[in-house]
Design a protein around this ligand. Structure first.
Ligand SMILES: Cc1cc2nc3c(=O)[nH]c(=O)nc-3n(C[C@H](O)[C@H](O)[C@H](O)COP(=O)(O)O)c2cc1C
Length: 168
């Protein structure tokens, strides 16, 4: 179990899981030790903070739109996310985000994310797509970015889920 620093990038071994939970608004309610250590924040700084405290400017907004649409609808989602640690370093994760339901009901009471280290192969595919999406957002906004992603997926004849899981 190890966390390494290579220049500006923080990487972590395959046996580590970064776990966090949020309330329905995306405010952090829990983070495991790995989450706290990699983020570089103190636990007190994270609890109660919006999860976008880790947002990296290289991330297209459209990815978070897809994520929130999914989990608010009660579904789960996988996503590649580039995060920003407190000191400005970045770390890539392969996240699995799910809603948390009230016992015995369909009412969503929060969200839960478990993240693993993504494969380098996956990042080689995802990074250039995110770059293009970010560029599309700068000129044509969220719609242009989502359209671009859908074009890429349909040209490869895969669904979003299948695509994201190909390179786990
Ligand atoms: C359970 C859960 C975990 C999340 N984890 C991250 C994360 O690790 N990094 C991140 O940038 N956003 C994460 N988000 C999304 C943020 O809430 C937020 O939508 C995103 O950072 C974009 O910020 P913005 O909406 O202010 O643009 C998570 C959301 C949920 C519900």
């Amino acid at each position: 179990m190890s966390i390494s620093i290579n220049g500006d990038e923080i990487t972590f071994s395959e046996d580590l899981f970064i776990v966090s939970k949020t309330d329905t608004k995306g405010r952090i309610t829990y983070g495991n030790d790995t989450f706290i250590e990699i983020s570089g924040y103190e636990e007190e700084e994270l609890i109660g903070a919006p999860h976008n405290i880790l947002r990296h400017p290289d991330m297209p907004r459209a990815v978070f739109k897809i994520l929130w649409d999914r989990v608010q609808a009660g579904d789960e989602i996988f996503a590649y996310v580039k995060n920003r640690a407190k000191d400005g370093k970045f770390y890539w994760v392969h996240a699995y985000v799910t809603p948390v339901f009230e016992v015995g009901s369909k009412k969503i009471i929060g969200y839960h994310s478990v993240r693993r280290s993504p494969s380098r192969e996956g990042l080689k595919v995802i990074e250039p797509i995110y770059k293009q999406m970010l560029q599309a957002e700068k000129t044509g906004g969220m719609d242009a970015s989502l359209k671009l992603l859908h074009q890429i997926l349909s040209s490869q004849k895969v669904s979003y889920d299948k695509f994201i899981l190909t390179y786990e």
